[in-house]
Design a protein around this ligand. Structure first.
Ligand code: FES
Length: 130
């Protein structure tokens, strides 16, 4: 894991290079600690912007990608949980259909800088334990 200190107390963590995220294509997983438990985040690109979420379905708390990195359903318009088909809006993580029932994915702050994608920990999503 590579940590960068852009400013004092501003810890950001490298996920991948910008070119690794193809619009509507495969996502990139990264390790996190969520509420004190080991978990996974994932980053995707949609309409040129990068988004990241905790890899945990709002329906049953399991990972969305059965095939590693496959988060979009076949139309490329929604993120989908491969287990029971909950679909989520890529820009907001809100449930758009299926058994997630008004739930949403937990967003993780991400940004691109100098051709690389970084995430920023918050009160709940922390860097993975070494
Ligand atoms: S566990 Fe994700 S749709 Fe049910």
């Amino acid at each position: 894991m590579t940590m960068h200190n852009l400013e004092m107390d501003d810890v950001v963590i490298l996920i991948c290079s910008s070119s690794d995220l193809v619009d509507g294509g495969k996502g990139v997983r990264f390790p996190v600690t969520a509420g004190g438990e080991d978990g996974t985040g994932f980053a995707i690109r949609y309409e040129n912007a990068v988004y990241a979420y905790l890899n945990r379905c709002a329906h049953v708390p399991i990972e969305l990608d059965w095939n590693e990195g496959e988060f979009f359903e076949s139309s490329g318009l929604y993120l989908m949980c491969s287990t029971h088909g909950a679909i989520y809006i890529p820009e907001s993580g809100r449930c758009a259909g299926g058994p997630c029932r008004g739930g949403r994915l937990r967003q993780i702050t991400v940004f691109e800088k100098d051709g690389q994608v970084f995430w920023r920990p918050d009160d709940y999503i922390k860097p993975a334990r070494a």
